[in-house]
Design a protein around this ligand. Structure first.
Ligand code: AMP
Ligand code: MG
Length: 391
């Protein structure tokens, strides 16, 4: 059995290509992955820019009575040079007049007489941002592989990028397996349960801005399961199957994948929950056989499928980890597998959620994140710092 770390390396190294890219209007690019480096076509600020509403003057004159030459508003270039004992009234964002090297805040000035002001403060900062202080023309302002967020819209707009090049959306197929499953709209009969995994996976994909393609429930016979997997294989870049990967009589997903020519990279991982996890590659397509239980399926998606899908989309995903102390002692009986535990955060401390096993459907409902306990460790002490993977 391989370790989690080995499994993650196998999954990440399996991706040897990036999907194609396309240009989309800026307002359609939210949460897409940028497929180009973006360089600024201008200097920012493009001129010495006042950071305050006030009076632009020469620093050596700040304790003099100053003559107000003109009013400079944002968007209107100054028309006069500021000389000794002179100033220009200036607005935030307006261009500094020649000759001036500081801006007196309007709150720290008073009018002495019509057209003359005086500084009432003790000292002043320069209160303007120098030409090209933030960005120089030609500077890299957005990196290829960035997931585009609203703050990136601002950068793109500033450098005139109206149609960013982004990676094309990938197709991820979702299949549930099991004779016991009925869809959510149906009332389960004796010995049946509702299919929850497919919808959880669909939600996890949507959260990543990936469009899911749902292929329905494959029943527990080789022929129908094989048919549905083949169809999904033809139509998807990645397939997420759930169930049918443990040791039962009807758990024949690995066998079917083999028959379809999939190169199976691993079938079990030393983690808890999620031990029976299949990962395989067929040419440029990837298949995950996720465990049937919902908490396990959720975990494996987060831990392994997500990094693979992001990598295909051109983004190297690193989970956001936050270090927080344990609020209580936590012990486990066995330590031969790396375990992942859902947790809450309260009073800035980590509290493991009491869950009854990987079928406990609402165990994750209030979870803030998950923590992991490495192989060989069976105890976490109150106050010990742990890395929380935020969900
Ligand atoms: P299996 O690996 O197919 O034996 O499934 C393990 C457990 O997960 C069984 O109790 C299944 O009923 C359950 N399970 C499998 N698929 C789903 C699903 N799509 N939704 C909810 N539970 C499932
Ligand atoms: Mg099953």
């Amino acid at each position: 059995m391989i370790t989690f770390e080995e499994a993650l390396t196998i999954v990440q190294n399996a991706v040897f290509y990036e999907v194609n890219s396309e240009n989309v209007p800026l307002d359609k690019s939210l949460n897409r992955v940028l497929a180009q480096d973006v360089f600024s076509d201008i200097n920012l600020p493009p001129f010495n820019k006042s950071a305050m509403d006030g009076y632009a003057c020469r620093e050596e004159d700040i304790f003099e009575e100053l003559e107000v030459l003109e009013v400079i508003s944002a968007g209107k270039p100054p028309s006069k040079i500021v000389g000794p004992k002179q100033c220009a009234k200036i607005m935030t964002g307006a261009m500094m007049p020649e000759g001036a090297d500081c801006v007196l805040k309007v709150e720290e000035t008073e009018e002495v007489s019509e057209g003359f002001i005086r500084f009432t403060g003790k000292q002043t900062k320069s209160n303007f941002v120098e030409f090209a202080h933030d960005v120089k023309e030609g500077d890299l302002v957005l990196k290829k592989g960035t997931i585009i967020k609203p703050q990136h819209f601002a950068v793109a707009a500033t450098v005139g990028l109206t149609e960013p090049r982004v990676f094309k959306k990938i197709r991820v197929g979702v299949i549930s397996t099991g004779d016991e499953l009925v869809e959510p709209q149906d009332k389960p009969k004796l010995s049946q349960i509702r299919n929850s995994n497919a919808y959880q996976l669909i939600g996890q994909l949507l959260k990543m801005n990936v469009t899911p393609y749902y292929f329905g429930i494959a029943r527990d016979n080789e022929e129908s399961t094989s048919r549905i997997i083949s169809k999904a294989m033809n139509e998807s870049d990645v397939i997420l199957l759930s169930g049918g990967v443990s040791m039962g009589d009807f758990d024949f997903i690995p066998k079917i994948l083999n028959q379809l020519g999939v190169d199976i990279k691993f079938k079990t991982i030393a983690i808890q929950p999620g031990k029976p996890t299949v990962f395989g590659v067929l040419k440029d397509k990837f298949v995950f056989g996720l465990p049937g239980n919902p908490v396990s399926s959720f975990n494996i998606f987060e831990l392994l499928a997500k990094p693979l899908i992001y990598r295909l989309m051109g983004h190297s995903y690193e989970p956001a980890l936050i270090r927080i102390p344990m609020g209580m002692d936590y012990t486990r009986k066995k330590s031969s597998r790396k375990s992942f535990i859902p947790i809450k955060v309260e009073d800035a401390k980590v509290w493991p959620i009491d869950y009854h096993g990987s079928a406990h459907i609402n165990a994750l409902s209030d979870a803030f994140g998950i923590i992991s306990i490495p192989v060989g460790i069976s105890e976490l002490k109150e106050g010990e710092l742990v890395d929380v993977r935020q969900l």
